[in-house]
Ligand binder design. Structure first.
Ligand code: PGA
Ligand code: ZN
Length: 447
């Protein structure tokens, strides 16, 4: 139908994310005819992290005192409306790689610190969406091609801690994965049932059922064993078998626990609850995970060690990599340079992919491709600061990543993604593929 679909107009504005912080929304119009007649307009909103990796691309914030607590993004908005709009207007929206290269070149820095990764990403996603719209194909099919059919297994973060809540849980995320479900829809149902039972179990123990940034409960529990035990209890109460239908994933977000001076990981919640300082060095962290793996149906550990400890990551992968997925989030920051380094060192065996860590869609897709070629897995992920934008749902299907991490089945910023995936599953119908990514890991155990 089209070979040349020009970008006609690019417009950004400041909107709000799920934490009430300003973020960038970009609207892109493409089309050959007159705008409004043959034009197609799509929009995208940029997410934002709290436990951000040190090596992430730069999220440009204004830092104006007494104004949106310094977090406004007016400069980034301005950069879209001037420098980026000038650069991509007239360019072919069907050539996403080229569009993204123009965004990268216009910024001109290594870490998008000139225009901001929040500026480039908004344009990148909105262009892709407008192109798909003009071609009248669903976004996942546009991004992934006609063979796209792999639905992701959700990693549902049902218990929040770390920087995402004010409770005593030190590890940031405890997630359930319905890898044994028949299909995506059934997986969602199982997770929702478990989530609702977890609420009841926490309530019965007199614990808080208020939720953290990603919609998971945030009770004052401190010991990981206690947390994992109550999750397993909720799974069983819902009528599912841990280690057969439902598995557990953890995001330790260890960079946040790391104390550089002590070269140790400090557990503030556990220390407070136990009335003594709980510190673990890298070796002890690995021992700790190993013991948890023995006791609980854990299939995935993300950021088990901090972002600079390549040595520790190598050791952890050597010791645990054969039986558990080790995901690099802050370690790789969706950056192929860091991923390449990890692959060479045999550090981790999976990458977390967050589009705003790198700032363009093409670069995020490059990271997935590099991972898959090296036999690493990829997990498409939200940020703790999210919006109604459901782009990553389509991206997860398009890349065939097989896993998506997008919070609890609670709060519309999280459910926007699950709901879009339910629509995609309905569209794919019997063509949809839903597989246990951990089959070869020997995860099918009795607990
Ligand atoms: P963030 O958390 O978006 O705050 O970085 C998510 C994660 O660490 O995976
Ligand atoms: Zn993480």
């Amino acid at each position: 139908m089209f070979r040349y679909l020009p970008v006609r107009k690019v417009h950004a504005r400041q909107v709000l994310d799920s934490r009430g912080n300003p973020t960038v929304e970009v609207e892109v119009t493409v089309g050959e005819g007159v705008i409004g007649i043959n034009g197609y307009t799509a929009r995208a909103i940029v997410p934002s992290g709290a436990s951000t990796g040190r090596f992430e691309a730069v999220e440009l914030r204004d830092g104006k005192k007494g104004y949106y607590t310094g977090l406004s993004v007016e400069k980034a908005v301005q950069n879209v409306n001037t420098r980026l709009a000038d650069a991509v207007t007239g360019e072919n929206a069907l050539d996403q790689n080229r569009i993204d290269q123009i965004l990268i070149d216009t910024d001109g820095t290594d870490n998008k610190s000139s225009v901001g990764a929040n500026a480039t990403l908004g344009v990148s996603m909105a262009v892709a969406r407008a192109a798909a719209m003009a071609l009248r194909v669903p976004l996942h099919q546009y991004l992934g091609g006609c063979h796209t059919k792999i639905m992701p297994v959700p990693m549902m973060n049902i218990l929040n801690g770390g920087k995402h809540a004010d409770n005593t849980v030190d590890l940031q995320e405890f997630m359930i994965m319905p890898a044994g479900a028949e299909n995506f829809e059934e997986g969602i149902r199982m997770c929702v049932e478990i989530y609702q039972l977890l609420r009841i179990l926490l309530k019965e123990r007199g614990l808080s059922t208020a939720v953290g940034d990603e919609g998971g409960f945030a009770p004052d529990l401190a010991d990981s064993r206690d947390i994992l035990a109550v999750i397993v209890q909720a799974v069983e109460k819902a009528g599912y078998r841990p280690g057969k239908e439902i598995w557990i994933a953890i995001d330790a977000a260890a960079s946040e626990l790391y104390d550089e001076k002590l070269d140790c990981y400090y557990f503030p919640g556990e220390s407070q609850m136990k009335g003594k300082e709980i510190l673990r060095n890298a070796e002890e962290m690995i021992d700790y995970y190993e013991s948890l793996l023995e006791e609980f149906p854990i299939v995935s550990i993300e950021d088990g060690l901090q972002e600079d400890d390549w040595d520790g990551w190598q050791k952890m992968t050597e010791r645990l990599g054969g039986r558990v997925q080790l995901v690099g989030d802050d370690l790789f920051v969706t950056n192929i340079k860091r991923l390449k380094c990890g692959i060479q060192l045999k550090a981790a065996n999976a990458i977390l992919v967050k589009v705003n860590q790198i700032g363009t869609l093409s670069e995020a897709m490059d990271a997935v491709e590099m991972a898959q070629r090296a036999g690493y897995r990829a997990v498409i992920s939200h940020r703790s600061g999210e919006t109604e934008d459901d782009f990553i749902a389509d991206l997860a299907v398009a890349t065939g990543a097989g896993q998506i991490k997008t919070g609890a089945p609670c709060r519309s910023d999280r459910n926007a993604k699950y709901n879009q995936l339910l629509r995609i599953a309905e569209r794919l119908e019997k063509m949809a593929v839903y597989e246990n990514p951990f089959e070869k890991q020997g995860t099918d155990r009795d607990f």
